[in-house]
Ligand binder design. Sequence first.
Ligand code: NAP
Length: 350
Amino acid sequence: MSGDSNAAVRDVVIVGSGVAGLSAAVYAARADLEPLVLEGPEPGGQLTLTTDVENYLGFPEGVGGMELIQRGKEQAERFGAEFEHGTVEDATLEDRPFELELADGDAVRTRSLIVATGASARWVGADGEDELMGYGVSTCATCDGAFHRGDDVLVIGGGDSAMEEALFLAKFADSVTVVHRRDELRASEVMAERARNHEKIAFRWNTELLEIHGSREEGVTGATLVAHPDGHPTEKLEETAAPRAASEVERETVDVGGIFYGVGHVPNTDFLEDTPVELADSGHLETLEGMTTETAVEGVFGAGDVMDPDYRQAVTSAGTGSMAALDAEAWLEAEAARPELQPSDPAPSV
Ligand code: NAP
């Protein structure tokens, strides 16, 4: 591995600065472990892209996602956590101390590692999205919604993210159409109800986005949608699908000025692929069974959305962040107390 490997060895490095990483930083800093937080390519994580967080304990009126993150960072810094811009590209976890290679070529060495790299927005896979992402196609309504004042826009997805995007976009757009691949929303009832009751928001059921029209100069001008009465229409267009089902798929081209994706997230674990840390088929970091953040590699812990395919809430991420710091602290203490093997010690009997 390249980079400056002579740098001091840290007790704890936390990769990721979303709510899980910040919570881990507060706990590790209060335990005098002087954690280093590597902020990653999206400092603050998903909450910085959210409007109001209404279900985080202690904020009866709700709190802005960005404000929650800023306060968390201040809190961690107050206890001595150090923050550095840096994205981990590669990790060597076979030997200790662990070594992390950053995108700028620097290396960081640490006795324990907390992986809190979260998850990033999933793309749909429609034709044209590679070219038009950032040019009228977006994964973040709070970032790009204001560019669509007076437009007709689509939101793809049926979960809470899609409802949140639709509600936010309805402030600017003339009309918002939620395109969902089934006929039933996955979103929580409260969010679904708000979207259903909004006069600017309509729904297209059993429908998917096949193709996006437009150019980088003009932006998005339209979209081809496909629909099938049983849902999941694009699956029915695949070569392996029954010809009858394919013939029942209806296509329609609509004029729209913007397309927003709210189809979930994929965990950020690329840098762990060639390490002994175990990853699930979904890419999530596997932790050991039971209530722990430990992984298959001693001294490596996971926290937040990167290890949690089920709950994925800000408050649960803060919870697993604190657990990871406590687990790391206990592990470091146990390691420090372990007697070193001396040359004069008898060899262990076999
Ligand atoms: P999610 O719950 O996994 O929903 C993703 C949605 O996108 C699903 O409806 C899914 O369809 C659809 N989808 C996935 N891949 C697709 C594709 N390739 N093409 C078309 N549609 C696709 O993800 P999320 O909405 O981001 O929510 C994640 C977690 O965060 C949830 O626990 C949610 O409660 C939480 N969250 C909460 C709030 C809030 O409370 N304010 C806001 C945002 C998120 P299917 O339904 O058919 O699978």
